[in-house]
Design a protein around this ligand. Structure first.
Ligand code: ADE
Length: 226
């Protein structure tokens, strides 16, 4: 999978994409991630990427020209499955969308900034608008990192324990059950007996019950109950 990220702040994305699972995926050649600074696509001396909003009001708007230039250059080099825009008024991002996007070959992500991008870019270039939650971030970069991380960990071969990504919270519509490691007795706080029993079927049964209990208590909406 290849992901091209268009941003005015590439530095903000660098570190999270150079560590942990995303780094491993890149090192193994399973994910290619390229950052593009929108200022490199400006044509004025000030390399400006924003301008005042027509009609007035507080806040700047991302200019269409550098964005269109960057998107068209990349589209001239390969076909993109989706051109994504990160924005609080996008479609709420959930695991099924991550699963679908993880099967794509080439994705482009445009990070919103300031008051957002000129609407004409959204109308003519963007194929998918994503919100990662009902709160406002200072920019779409952190959302792009969240999306990228959630996709990359699903790529075959990225996570060493093959089943691990499949047992994540949400993959079966349930929250994940509690987990424990050694020592079995920590300050008198004991690990549930069943996990020490070595009885695979009983352990599986316990985990499923715990997942359902946790989901009922914390996120009843996931079980279709509010
Ligand atoms: N940009 C600012 N806030 C955002 C959010 N909640 N989701 C995606 N992009 C954003």
């Amino acid at each position: 999978m290849r992901i091209d990220i268009l941003t005015v702040l590439p530095e903000l994305l660098q570190s999270p994409l150079d560590h942990s699972i995303v780094k491993r995926a890149r090192d193994k050649g399973l994910a290619e991630i390229h950052l593009h600074n929108l200022r490199d696509y400006t044509d004025d001396t000030y390399r400006s990427v924003d301008d005042y909003a027509f009609g007035g009001g507080a806040g700047m708007v991302m200019k269409p020209e550098p964005i269109a230039r960057a998107i068209e250059k990349l589209q001239g080099e390969r076909n993109y499955d989706e051109v994504i825009y990160t924005t609080p008024d996008g479609i709420p991002y959930k695991q099924p969308m991550a699963n679908r996007l993880s099967t794509c070959q080439n994705l482009m992500i445009l990070c919103g900034h300031y008051k957002g991008v000129d609407q004409r870019i959204r109308d003519h270039f963007i194929t998918l608008e994503i919100s990662i939650g009902d709160y406002v971030l200072s920019g779409g970069e952190l959302a792009a990192v969240v999306i990228t991380d959630s996709l990359v960990r699903l790529l075959p071969g990225v996570i060493s324990d093959e089943t691990s990504a499949l047992t994540d919270s949400f993959q079966d519509g349930l929250l994940a059950p509690p987990v424990y490691t050694r020592p079995a007795d920590f300050r008198g706080w004991k690990v549930p007996e069943v996990l020490l029993s070595g009885h695979a079927a009983r352990i599986e049964e316990w985990r499923m019950q715990q997942a359902i209990k946790r989901t009922r208590e914390r996120r009843p909406g996931l079980l279709g109950k509010e």
